[in-house]
Design a binder for this molecule. Structure first.
Ligand code: GDP
Ligand code: MN
Length: 386
C-alpha cells in the first residue's frame, strides 16, 4: 500500500527526520491561510498522487505569492496528473501539499528496500539525486551505492559513513546522516515498509540535510498490524478494476493487451499468460479467481474483465482440483448468461470430470468454444483477438 507524500512526511516527522514546514489543503479557498500559516515569502505547491515524476509533469511548482497557490489548487484539485510513472489516464489529485520553499544547495538520492538475496534491508544512495535519477542509474551506475544493513547492528554508524562518503557529505552532515539512517531503519522495521524513497534528499543553503520528498510503500500483508497506516489507504489512487477485484477477494492486475484471462491459481494464471504470449498474443490482465471457482466468483470476474474496453476475447482456463469441472462448466454458463457477454469466450477445463464439463459446455446454447488443450485454446484466443 502506498502513502501520499504528506503522509510519508508526517511519519518522517514522527521519527525525528527533518522535513519542511507544510500544510495539506483540499480546497483552493484554503490556500491563502495555509501559506500565511507557514509563513515566509516563497512556497512550493505539490499535487498529491501515488506516483513520482510530478516535477516534470507540472505537478510541483515554486511560487512567491499565496494567490499563486490558489491558482495552482484550482488548476489541479479534481484534475488528473499524468506523469511518466502513471498510465495514460493519470492519477486524480485530491489534495495539495503547500510547503515553505527550501533553498537547495544539492539534491541527493536515498532509498531503502528489502533485499531478498542478502536477507536484509539495503539502503541505496547517490550524490546525483533529483528528477533524473533513472538516467543516473542507467548511465553512471558507479555513482550509486548499495549498502545492506541489519537492524540493531552495532556497525550501523559504519554503514552510514559508507553511504555518506558516496553522497560526499562533510563531517557535520555525516553526523546528521548517521542519525537519519538510524531513524529511517527504525521507521522501516516498525511500520513494516517494503520501500522508502527520499528523492531528493537535499542539502539546504545552511548546509543541513532535509527530506524534500517522501515515497513510502507498506507491505500489504502487514497491514493487519498497522491499523493507523491502513487508515491512510486512498482508494482513489488505485486502478478501479483492481480495487473492485480486491474487495471481492480476487487477485486482478490490469495489463495492456486484449485477451482477458480468467484462471484459478496464480501459477496457472502466469502459465496461461506465458502461453498467450508464446503464440503472439497479449493478455489484458492477470486474474486468479482462487481455488473455489464458484458461479458467483466467476461472474464477478467476468464483470471485472469486461469493464476493460480493450478486451476482445476471454480465455477461461480452470483446473478442477478441489471443485469438479462439471460444476465449474455450469457456473461458467450461468455467469455468461447473467453477464450477457458479447465477445467470444474460449474455455479450457482440465482435471476432475473435465470431459463431462466439456460436454456440458458444448451442449449449452451459448457462444463458447470449448478446447481441452491449453496450447490450442491460447492459439484460438490469439486468433479471435485479431
Ligand atoms: P517528484 O517529481 O514527483 O519526485 O516530486 P518532488 O517532490 O521530488 O519534486 C520535484 C522537484 O521539485 C525536486 O527534485 C526539486 O528540484 C523541486 N523542489 C521540490 N521542493 C522544492 C523546494 O522546497 N525548493 C526548491 N528550490 N525546489 C524544490
Ligand atoms: Mn521526488
Amino acid at each position: 500500500m502506498n502513502l501520499h507524500e504528506y503522509q510519508g512526511k508526517a511519519l518522517f516527522a514522527e521519527y525525528n527526520l527533518p522535513v519542511s514546514k507544510g500544510k495539506v489543503i483540499l480546497h483552493p479557498e484554503d490556500a491563502i491561510d495555509a501559506c500565511n500559516e507557514i509563513g515566509g515569502s516563497k512556497w512550493v505547491v505539490k499535487a498529491q498522487v501515488h506516483a513520482g515524476g510530478r516535477g516534470k509533469a507540472g505537478g510541483v511548482e515554486l511560487i512567491d505569492s499565496p494567490e499563486m497557490a490558489v491558482e495552482f489548487s484550482k488548476k489541479w484539485l479534481g484534475a488528473r496528473l499524468v506523469t511518466y510513472q502513471t498510465d495514460k489516464l493519470g492519477q486524480i489529485v485530491n489534495s495539495i501539499l503547500i510547503e515553505e520553499c527550501t533553498d537547495i544547495a544539492k539534491e541527493l538520492y536515498l532509498s531503502a528496500v528489502i533485499d531478498r538475496d542478502s536477507q536484509s534491508i539495503v539502503f541505496i544512495g547517490s550524490s546525483e539525486g533529483g528528477v533524473n535519477i533513472e538516467e543516473v542509474a542507467k548511465n553512471s551506475p558507479e555513482k550509486i551505492i548499495y549498502q545492506s544493513v541489519e537492524y540493531k547492528d552495532s556497525s550501523l554508524p559504519k554503514y552510514a559513513k559508507n553511504i555518506a562518503k558516496v553522497l560526499k557529505l562533510n563531517e557535520d552532515q555525516t553526523v546528521q546522516f548517521t542519525s537519519m539512517i538510524d531513524n529511517l531503519l527504525r521507521l522501516f522495521i516498525e511500520k513494516d515498509l517494503s520501500l522508502l524513497e527520499i528523492n531528493p534528499l537535499v542539502i539546504n543553503s545552511a548546509g543541513d540535510l532535509l527530506c524534500l520528498d517522501a515515497k513510502i510503500n507498506i507491505d500489504s500483508n502487514a497491514l493487519f498490524r498497522q491499523p493507523e497506516l491502513f487508515e491512510m489507504y486512498d482508494e482513489t489512487q488505485e486502478d478501479p478494476q483492481e480495487a473492485e477485484a480486491a474487495k471481492n477477494d480476487l487477485s486482478y492486475v490490469s495489463l495492456d493487451g486484449n485477451i482477458g484471462c480468467m484462471v484459478n491459481g496464480a501459477g496457472l494464471a502466469m502459465g496461461t499468460m506465458d502461453t498467450i504470449k508464446f503464440f503472439g498474443g497479449n493478455p489484458a490482465n492477470f486474474l486468479d479467481v482462487g481455488g473455489t471457482a464458484t458461479q458467483e466468483r466467476v461472474s464477478k470476474a467476468f464483470k471485472i474483465i469486461l469493464k476493460d474496453p480493450d478486451v476482445k476475447v476471454v480465455l477461461v482456463n480452470i483446473f478442477g482440483g478441489i471443485v469438479r469441472c462439471d460444476l465449474i462448466a455450469e457456473g461458467i454458463i450461468a455467469a455468461i448468461k447473467e453477464v450477457d457477454i458479447k465477445i467470444p469466450v474460449v474455455v479450457r477445463l482440465e482435471g476432475n470430470n473435465a470431459d463431462i464439463g466439456a460436454k456440458i459446455l458444448s451442449k449449452a446454447n451459448i457462444k463458447i468454444e470449448s478446447i481441452n488443450n491449453l496450447s490450442d485454446a491460447a492459439k484460438r484466443s490469439v486468433e479471435l483477438a485479431k
